[in-house]
Design a protein around this ligand. Structure first.
Ligand SMILES: [Mg+2]
Length: 372
């Protein structure tokens, strides 16, 4: 379908988190995010007029993407809006126009590109996962993140997540190997039944990573994968860790674009990619990374920053749309003191399902003063 992008708007929101989110790179108590709203007009296949509103979102993640809510809103309204508003085309055309709007600002671009995908799905009357060629009726096990805290606090958070039905925990590590081993020991003692994903967020040297992973393996810890053990730019280091590790290595901060994915494949530096829309700048590039993975025989996880439900719903649709995406790490809405709007996806006993409905399947967020 070809359609006209009639308007682009942005609203800012700040939401406290229910508990601090702590990684090797940052500590966060609240999240400010931007909702991008687009109005699309056109005609459906039968020539009937269509007018739909789509939404996407982007959260401040200065420690990772360098973007604040202010910079996201500014890019949306002063660069992306003038470049796209009033233009007519198909969805692919708009994705290309967004990607061509300079480098950086990937969160802002993702918010707008997701809003357009939501609108296109609504115009077609089908869930986004189906618009992307997948099915919207499956279920995937989700995980719950345990922040980088004291061993006792991490054990308590792990137990609480287990009691609420989660069977996969993502454990934030990345300090000294000895301290990380104590944290992991406390978690495993508290919840011996869970599977673990470890995320060092670039916190280890190559030597520390190799030493830690060998120790974890020797102790028989239930670790399914290790995310970004070393610095994002250290492709050779990542490849060395992967060569020595008995556990699959996932690239996160090292993979932002399809070119990054190809470089990591060529260097044999990763077994898995963590795809986040806030890094790729939207769905088109995310799918391209998944294609690169599939061709190389790698698998992907759909992850996200500490982002609101709109962003997470988009990531979930993509997870159900591409065969190379076999795992998800989409727990951030459960951290938000105010998790709006309704719909999109539902989670029960650790299993995530899409709610159905066209596009993202969300209810619209009531407009708010953009200065709020
Ligand atoms: Mg990560």
């Amino acid at each position: 379908m070809r359609a006209r992008l009639s308007s682009v708007r942005a609203h800012r929101h700040r939401v406290p988190l229910l508990r601090p989110f702590v990684t090797a790179a940052r500590r966060t108590d609240s999240v400010e995010y931007v909702v991008a709203e687009v109005v699309l007009t056109g005609e459906d296949a039968d020539g009937r007029p269509v007018r739909v509103t789509g939404q996407g979102s982007a959260a401040e993640t200065a420690a990772v993407t360098g973007e604040t809510a202010q910079s996201i809103e500014r890019l949306l309204m002063t660069a992306l809006r003038p470049a796209l508003e009033g233009r007519t085309g198909d969805l692919r055309t708009f994705s290309r126009l967004i990607a061509a709007t300079g480098t950086g600002g990937t969160s802002a671009k993702a918010a707008l590109e997701v809003a357009l995908h939501d609108a296109w799905g609504q115009a077609a009357g089908i869930p986004l996962a189906e618009l992307l060629g997948g099915r919207a009726d499956g279920a995937m096990p989700n995980d719950m993140t345990v922040s980088l805290e004291s061993p006792e606090t991490m054990a308590a958070h792990a137990r609480a997540a287990f009691d609420s039905g989660t069977r996969i925990l993502k454990i934030k590590l990345g300090s000294s190997p000895e301290a990380d081993r104590r944290r992991l020991g406390a978690v495993v003692e508290a919840v011996p039944e869970v599977r673990l994903r470890l995320d060092a967020n670039q916190g280890w040297s190559v030597e520390e990573a190799c030493r830690s992973l060998a120790a974890f393996a020797a102790d028989g810890l239930p670790v399914d994968l290790v995310e970004q053990p070393v610095a994002a730019a250290d492709t050779a280091g990542l490849a060395r860790v992967r060569a020595e590790s008995a556990v699959p290595i996932m690239a996160d901060e090292s993979v932002w674009s399809p070119d990054d994915a190809r470089r990591l494949v060529d260097a044999q530096a990763a077994d898995l990619f963590n795809i986040k829309l806030a890094k790729t700048g939207g769905i088109a590039a995310a799918l391209e990374i998944a294609d690169v993975a599939q061709e190389a025989g790698l698998k992907c996880m759909m992850g996200a920053m500490m982002e609101p439900r709109i962003s997470i719903t988009a990531a979930a649709h993509l997870a159900f749309a591409h065969p190379a995406v076999t795992t998800i790490d989409l727990d951030s809405p459960a951290w938000f003191a105010e998790d709006v709007p309704d719909g999109g996806f539902a989670e029960e006993r650790g299993m995530l399902r899409l709610c159905g409905g066209p596009g993202l399947g969300l209810r619209r967020l009531p407009p708010e003063d953009s200065a709020a």
